[in-house]
Design a protein around this ligand. Structure first.
Ligand SMILES: Cc1cc2nc3c(=O)[nH]c(=O)nc-3n(C[C@H](O)[C@H](O)[C@H](O)COP(=O)(O)OP(=O)(O)OC[C@H]3O[C@@H](n4cnc5c(N)ncnc54)[C@H](O)[C@@H]3O)c2cc1C
Length: 390
């Protein structure tokens, strides 16, 4: 049976994380280094050192790599607390895309790759990117992958163009998805490569101007121009990228849900405080049914989202892939939390759309959540097919 009790030590750690975020991290939310392309690297490094000092850095990493090897349910509890500020996961090194990338590397990287890429990422010394989406190729449908890797028996030559690549500018570790062309040496098809950033052949054309600003380095447009990679750059086996991407996606889409749940709760707490203290027509606005219903709808949604996340996590902790459940969780939670944020903006009246509170930023940043790690429609498409298959 599912047990919803949070063990005392986990509850204590959750409270410690929440307090760390409130006392130490929130003061940085108005730091000018939170740019229109997200927190910059200097700020990230400063935050990482603060988390390190509190022994809160990369707590999710497997124990063999120096972390605490949190289960998925434990992650849900801790990440929700970290998400109280969008800078919390950045500080604790459990923000996207690094968190999902580290998870993937811990599953499929070989020993040399672990030493070169995973350990420094876990230690907070380097950022990582996952480069899949393309303007004219892979998007909702990764089978459309157009970036090509030609293998001559020794080296790959990669050519293609990607966009929406989070953290591209300044990342030292690159996971690149490209299609290995038919060749007599190894299996062809979608393949993952692991390599260093900042080398000739990886051209960062620009950082895109987007609605959100919570991801370090923003989102880049990138060109691979005759990028030469040795055979040792293969991450896992040739032709297996889509299988590996699935490995990363189920947990990664849930960790987005966990972090955004924390942010939505913060928005709700600000709206509740406003509803208690702001008056209109002779009483606090929270005592008008129209406002109290919005706050009640939020409370119901937050609760439903938490249970949905925990259920999918519990399944994964018990050995299931939980693809169907994580798809349901991602589509449901991303839609519901955005409605929560929207209602919080409404409760706050005019200041809801201003940066007088952090609610405006949460609302804008959360909009993107319905798109990445599978847009809602694509998850529903998969859920619908599963339902029809019976
Ligand atoms: C903030 C952010 C960060 C991102 N970071 C990364 C990153 O680090 N690395 C990376 O590789 N990518 C990243 N992405 C890209 C993301 O993975 C894609 O946006 C996503 O896969 C959708 O692809 P697309 O944008 O090409 O949309 P498209 O594939 O062009 O889809 C457009 C619309 O069509 C809909 N649609 C597609 N298929 C169906 C269907 N079967 N039924 C109904 N509707 C459908 C979609 O839901 C969507 O509404 C990021 C995106 C965002 C917004």
């Amino acid at each position: 049976m599912i047990d919803f009790t949070i063990p005392a030590d986990l509850a204590a750690e959750r409270d410690r994380v929440r307090q760390f975020v409130i006392d130490t991290i929130i003061p940085f939310e108005r730091d000018p280094r939170v740019t229109s392309h997200g927190p910059n690297d200097e700020l990230r490094q400063e935050l990482v050192e603060l988390a390190r000092a509190e022994k809160l850095l990369t707590v999710q990493a497997p124990e063999e790599f120096g972390g605490r090897g949190l289960s998925h349910v434990e992650q849900a509890v801790i990440y929700e607390a970290a998400g109280w500020s969008t800078l919390g996961p950045v500080a604790m090194n459990c923000a996207a895309p690094d968190e999902g990338n580290m998870y993937l590397l811990s599953k499929i990287a070989n020993r040399e790759q672990v030493e070169q890429h995973l350990i420094p990422a876990i230690n907070g010394h380097r950022r990582t990117v996952f480069a899949m989406t393309e303007p004219y190729g892979a998007g909702s449908d990764p089978n459309q992958l157009a970036t090509e890797a030609v293998f001559d028996g020794e080296n790959f030559t990669v050519n293609g163009r990607k966009w929406l690549i989070t953290g591209a500018d300044g990342a030292k570790t690159w996971i690149i998805m490209a299609r290995v062309a038919p060749n007599p040496h190894i299996p062809d098809g979608p393949t993952l490569f692991l390599t260093e950033g900042g080398q000739p052949g990886i051209v960062i054309e620009r950082t895109m101007n987007t609605m959100d600003r919570n991801y370090v380095g923003g989102h880049g447009v990138v060109r691979f121009e005759n990028l030469v990679l040795p055979k040792s750059s293969l991450l896992g086996e040739s032709g297996q990228a889509l299988r590996y991407a699935q490995l990363r996606l189920a947990p990664a889409r849930l960790t987005h849900c966990m972090r955004w749940l924390g942010a939505a709760e913060r928005a709700q707490s600000i709206a509740v405080e406003y509803a208690r203290t702001r008056t209109a027509f002779g009483k606090p606005i929270g005592e008008h049914q129209g406002v109290s219903f919005m706050l009640a709808d939020n409370e119901v949604a937050l609760h439903q989202c938490r249970l949905t996340i925990w259920h999918a996590c519990w399944l994964m902790d018990n050995g299931a892939k939980a693809r169907h459940e994580s798809s349901m969780a991602k589509s449901f939670v991303s839609e519901e939390l955005f409605k929560v944020a929207d209602r919080c903006v409404q409760v706050l009246g005019g200041i809801g759309i201003s940066d007088e509170t952090v609610v405006e930023m949460i609302f804008r940043d959360m909009r993107a959540f319905r798109l990445y790690d599978g847009p809602t429609e694509v998850h529903k498409y998969a859920i619908g097919r599963q339902v029809l298959r019976g």
